[in-house]
Structures are given as C-alpha cells and as structure tokens.
Design a protein around this ligand. Structure first.
Ligand SMILES: [Fe+2]
Ligand SMILES: [Fe+2]
Length: 437
C-alpha cells in the first residue's frame, strides 16, 4: 500500500478496460463478423469447388454463432441497445469488411479474406483474450476462445482455397495479389481491427480494383461431376419412377448431393436481406445454409462410399436458375417450397433404408428430417416478416410458395429432348454401375 494515498490503490492489469470499453470492442468484433459472413454468403454460388461451398457454409455458421454471442454479451454489459444497431466510430473498418463483397475475382476474394481479414480478426481476438479480465469478463472468454480456434482453421482453409484458385486461374494472379494488398493497406489506413480505440479515419470510398457484386445468373459447378440442369429423369418426366431398393438409395443420395442449390440460395438470401431484416434473420439463415451444406455432404459421402465416379454423377442447376433474375424473396421461397413439399416423404424413406439394412442412408435421412422440420418453421416465419417489412400482407407467404412452384415448372418446361435423353442415359449408367458393386 502506498504511504502517500489515503486509499487502497494497486495497479492491476485486469482493470485495464472498464465495462463500457469492453462493450465497445465486442461491438466492433460483432460488426466485423456480421459483414464478413454476409459477404461470404453472397459468394457461395460464384465458387465452383463443392468443398469450398460446403466449407464456406460452415464458416458462415461459425461466424454467425460468434456474432450472436458477441451481441448478447454486449447487451449483458448494459450497452445502450440503440447503439448496437449502429457501427458508430468503426464505420470505416466495417465498410472495408463489407467491401470484400466487391472483390474482382474468386481468387481475390479468397486471398483477401484468408491473408488479411481473418488474420486481423484472429490477432484481435487473441489480444482481447490476453488483455481483458477473465474474472469480470469470464463469459466472453469462453466463446471468444472457441472463436479464436475457429479462426485458425478458417485461415488454413482459405489459404489453401486461395492457392488452388490461383493455380487454376493463373491469369488472375496479379489482380488477386493487387486486390489483397489494397485490402491490407486500407485495413492499416483505418487503424486495423485491434483492441485500441476506434480510429477516426474516413471510409476512403471503393477499393481500387473493386468490381460491383452481382448475383450470378448461373451457379458455378464443380467440374468433377457430370454437369446438367435437371439432375434425375423424374424431374422432367413424371412417368419415371422415384424407385425403390437400390434405385431409391441412389436417388436419395443424388438428391442430397444436389442440395448444393440450397446452400447457394441460403447464402444469397442471407446476404440479400441482411440489412432489411433483424439480426435474428442472419443468425437463422446462416444455420439454415450450414444445414443444407451438411445434407449436400451427406449425399456426396454416400456416393463416394459406394465407389461411384463423380464424372458419372449428375450435378444440376435448375432450382437455382428457376429463381435467377427474380426478386430475392423467391430464393427464400424456393427453400420453403421444397422443404414443405418433400418433408412428408422423409420418415417413410428412412424406414425403407432401415429395412434394407442401409444404416447410413437411414441415419442421414433421419437427421435431415429433423433439420427440415426446423427449416419449414424458419421459412414461414421469415417470409411473413419480410412481407411485413415491405408493407405487404404477411399472410401472402403462401402465394410466394405458389409462385416458386410456377417458376420451377417454367424452368422444367424448357428441358430440351437432348437433356431428357442425356439424363436418362446417365441415370441408367449409374444404376447399372451400382448394381455391379
Ligand atoms: Fe436440406
Ligand atoms: Fe432445409
């Protein structure tokens, strides 16, 4: 105790940040995560490799879970809730995180996130955990430590994806590297993420080399698979049976793999309504997108375990394309339409797989059913919310669903005789191959 003071004073590093300072930093992290995941979601359709689409969906979900925990923590710290709706002094920083949506190419997008933005978040989380008080701020320590370990995994994946995108597109290398440098420079100009006070830097406008984001009319597809629009004969031929036995096992796995459209629609709708609907929308649609990526991966894993060749497995685009050029409410409507249309078949199919002794298909279908039940609830809720926000009648959500059914029918009606014949040939080949296993 000091002889010179009439009070008990010690200098303890754990008192470095007061409650309000802590909330300011967590709010900054929240907005960074929110902007980053929204940009990532928008890019899912533009990136071809299935592994990246599935990985992005998982990282978006991780980001949304972290952001949700941050947001709740900021509320717990009695931060004025109206201020949590605004970026405040971190405006320039958040604008940079959102600006990544306008990346000029796939490698530029992957590299700037993997080499600049994610490492900046990782370092800031690390610095926060070191400098904050694990007693007073214990609840933050738990979820931010998890977020830190997830950042390390995300960085590893993005670096790998970025390198492979460059190898596949050497002509894009210079532009991607210049973009990554521009992002790094802007990050430094706006004071970084860090754990310091907010910078007063102004936003600086669009990044050099930026290309305004546009929703792809057609989704990029992994070239390992057999490319098509309609991925099974029953899509454009109602007389073609869904099948039983091995045909059902195969059809179900093909369906699951082709839920790639649902990952893409999930990402697009998340991003399209991120600034229109409340935070809970992003949180729900991130989970939804991740769930669809797990369904897609389930199908992929089953097909690979049956030792089928990806080049003979159809990967279609028609559901995605049915909503292209339309109001993005139909991306959401399309998910709602397909979930509510198919959900009633799932328990019966799981039982059939059980009877066949195909425990993997049974297992996947059963988990899928639980997810879809949740999604049907999301779909109805958010369609109604979106209509209400637009000043329309929330009860009209069923009309959105009906319009989706029409859009799909329109698209199916454009199937050419060649497409119909080709998919029959591919399906027959796959069935014959499966029968020989
Ligand atoms: Fe699904
Ligand atoms: Fe779903």
């Amino acid at each position: 105790m000091s002889q010179f003071s009439e009070f008990l004073l010690t200098s303890q590093p754990r008192a470095r940040w007061m409650r309000f300072d802590t909330a300011q930093l967590l709010k900054r992290f929240f907005f960074c995560e929110r902007s980053l995941l929204s940009s990532q979601a928008a890019w899912i359709p533009a990136i071809a490799p299935l592994e990246i689409k599935i990985g992005l969906a998982r990282f978006i979900w991780q980001g949304a879970e972290t952001a949700d925990a941050l947001r709740n923590r900021v509320f717990e710290l009695r931060f004025p809730s109206r201020l949590l709706e605004e970026q405040g002094a971190d405006h320039a920083l958040i604008e940079l995180f959102s600006g990544i949506k306008d990346s000029p190419s796939v490698p530029a997008f992957l590299l700037s996130i993997g080499k600049v933005l994610l490492p900046a978040l990782r370092d800031s989380f690390q610095a926060y955990l070191e400098a904050s008080d694990s007693i007073a701020d214990g609840p933050t320590h738990r979820f931010l430590s998890l977020a830190l370990s997830e950042k390390a995994e995300q960085i590893g994946a993005f670096e790998k994806w970025g390198e492979s995108a460059l190898t596949g597109n050497p002509e894009l290398r210079d532009g991607a590297l210049a973009w990554t440098q521009a992002v790094a420079k802007r990050l430094s100009d706006v004071g970084g993420v860090g754990v310091g006070p907010s910078s007063s830097a102004s936003s600086g406008g669009p990044l050099p080399g930026a290309k305004t984001y546009a929703v792809p009319g057609k989704p990029a597809r992994d070239s390992r698979f057999w490319p098509c629009r309609f991925y099974w004969p029953d899509v454009d031929d109602p007389a073609y049976p869904y099948g039983e036995g091995m045909q059902l096992q195969l059809r179900s796995a093909i369906s699951h793999l082709n839920e790639v459209w649902a990952i893409e629609n999930g990402g697009l709708m998340l991003s399209a309504f991120a600034d229109v609907l409340p935070w809970e929308w992003i949180h729900n649609s991130a989970r939804w997108t991740y769930d669809e990526s797990r369904h897609c991966q389930m199908g992929y894993e089953r097909l690979m375990a049956w030792q089928l060749n990806p080049a003979e497995i159809p990967l279609g685009t028609y559901i995605y394309e049915s909503a292209s050029g339309e109001d993005p409410i139909y991306r959401l409507g399309m998910l709602y339409f397909f979930e509510t249309k198919n959900i009633r078949h799932k328990p019966a199919r799981a039982q059939l797989f059980h009877a066949y002794g195909d425990t993997v298909s049974e297992h996947d279908m059963d988990f899928d059913w639980a997810d879809e039940t949740m999604h049907a609830g999301y779909g109805k809720h958010w369609l109604k919310e979106l209509l209400a926000v637009r000043g329309q009648d929330p009860a009209a959500y069923d009309q959105v669903r009906e319009r989706c059914e029409q859009l799909v029918r329109h698209c199916v009606n454009t199937a050419t005789p060649e497409e119909v014949a080709d998919i029959k040939k591919v399906a027959a080949g796959l069935l014959a191959k499966a029968a020989r296993r």
